[in-house]
Ligand binder design. Structure first.
Ligand SMILES: C[S@@+](CC[C@H](N)C(=O)[O-])C[C@H]1O[C@@H](n2cnc3c(N)ncnc32)[C@H](O)[C@@H]1O
Length: 412
């Protein structure tokens, strides 16, 4: 008898997924490979076809709000994998997951083993009912499923060795820090200056200090901590919308920038080139750190096709706003095969060339001082921490925290 599973069987799909996630760099250790090779994803995404449940890069959306925005999902396998690598759950640990679904809680339960404890918490009773049922059916009834606003953590079950947040957080509420054991870790998709990164942070006294981060996208946090970005439209012709995404108290002169958009553009090129597949998310984090007046320009395909802006980008591209002028990051191909691209900026408004040059100056600075370096270091201090007790760097003030972002410089 042939014991090889059919190529579309769950067993074969799991083995294939592990290989794909290793190739993507999302799985880095045998421990994470082992649990992803073991937990039946189809048991936690019964609404999806098998191929969707095992798609390495696509989330299965399980709930949308009245405007069609996804508010609950089973996260994509690559995101679950790299966050488990960041979190590094150890046997016997007490773990809190904020944002439930069932699947990631099952992975956590496997990693902490029978001596450990997993609590998964969601604000939405439909989500917790579903997660409780799916976890029990798959044999993970030791996971505690709690319906509550994650803003306040789970005080009755603290202290935690590890908190894994699986929802986009605009801030770090005090409960998360206070409910971590000394030296405990929190992995959290945190939005800072309009950019989301999954940070792994370690508690050092009343501070959280970063140990690394990854690019990610997550559904937004609801409840007491909800704080969405604002979108202001510079052009609202149907299908040709252009806007600015504002975050963390950003203020702009919308009327002046609307006028700027319809003025001719100036371009400034940096001489810095990147490969077509080369990630430049650290450049964006650098620009968000160093530029006063940093925002994100968004545009529809229609606006790009009309030539109003150079690229269509629903999430937005790094943009420097200086009063009545703005400039945004762009690229142009430098070879016929379109494999290398030069970074530059387009400016619009009375000071278009100077503003584009200001952005390009920081692209060059990133290239020279940071490009192959260790990236940013984030330290999160409680709100009210005096300036002289903050590490040097850009300080982003949130309701509950003061976030200091610094760039230690090139790796030796
Ligand atoms: C991406 S899903 C979680 C994915 C999940 N951990 C998995 O296994 O793949 C995000 C969840 O966060 C929940 N959520 C949003 N705001 C929350 C809050 N304040 N407290 C707890 N859960 C929240 C949503 O209801 C949603 O179910």
């Amino acid at each position: 008898m042939n014991s090889t599973p059919a190529s579309d069987s769950p067993e074969a799909l799991r083995a294939g997924l592990v290989k794909q996630l290793r190739d993507l760099g999302a799985i880095r250790t045998d421990r994470v490979a082992s649990v992803i090779g073991q937990v039946p994803r189809e048991a936690f995404a019964p609404e999806a076809r098998l191929a969707e449940a095992y798609d390495p890069q696509r989330a299965v959306v399980t709930k949308r709000d009245k405007d069609g925005l996804a508010i609950s999902s089973v996260s994509a396998a690559n995101v679950q994998a790299f966050m488990l690598e960041q979190a590094d759950p150890q046997p016997g640990e007490n773990v809190l997951e904020i944002g439930s679904g069932g699947m990631n809680a099952a992975y956590l339960a496997e990693l902490v083993g029978s001596a450990g404890t997993v609590t998964t918490l969601d604000i939405d009773p439909e989500v917790t009912d579903r997660a409780r049922r799916l976890l029990a059916d798959a044999g993970y009834d030791s996971v505690h499923v709690v319906t509550a606003d994650g803003e306040f953590g789970a005080p009755g079950r603290a202290p935690f060795d590890l908190i894994e947040v699986t929802v986009g957080a605009p801030d770090i509420p005090p409960a998360w820090r206070e409910q971590l054991a000394p030296g405990g870790r929190i992995v959290v998709p945190l939005r800072v200056r309009g950019l989301m990164r999954s940070f792994v942070l370690v508690r050092e006294g009343d501070r959280l200090v970063s140990r690394g981060y990854e690019l990610c996208g997550f559904v937004p946090m609801q409840g007491a901590g909800e704080q969405r970005e604002r979108l202001v439209l510079l052009r609202n012709t149907p299908n040709e919308e252009v806007g600015l995404r504002l975050d963390d108290g950003d203020q702009v002169d919308v009327e002046a920038l609307r006028a700027a958009l319809s003025s001719p553009r100036e371009e400034v090129w940096s001489g810095v080139t990147v490969g077509g597949e080369e990630p430049i998310d650290d450049l964006d984090l650098w620009l968000a750190t160093v530029l006063d007046g940093h925002t994100r320009l968004t545009a529809t395909v229609g606006a790009r096709d009309k030539g109003i802006v150079a690229s269509a980008s629903p999430l937005g591209v790094a943009t420097l706003v200086a009063g009545d002028t703005f400039a945004y990051r762009t690229v142009r191909a430098v070879d016929e095969t379109r494999t290398r691209f030069e970074l530059g900026a387009y400016g619009h408004g009375p000071a278009a060339a100077a503003t584009a040059a200001g952005l390009v100056k920081e692209i060059r600075a990133w290239d020279q001082s940071q490009r192959s370096g260790p990236g940013a270091r984030i330290e999160i201090c409680p709100a009210g921490t005096p300036d002289d007790q903050l590490p040097a760097g850009r300080v982003v003030d949130k309701a509950h925290s003061r976030i200091s972002i610094s760039w230690p410089g090139q790796r030796p």
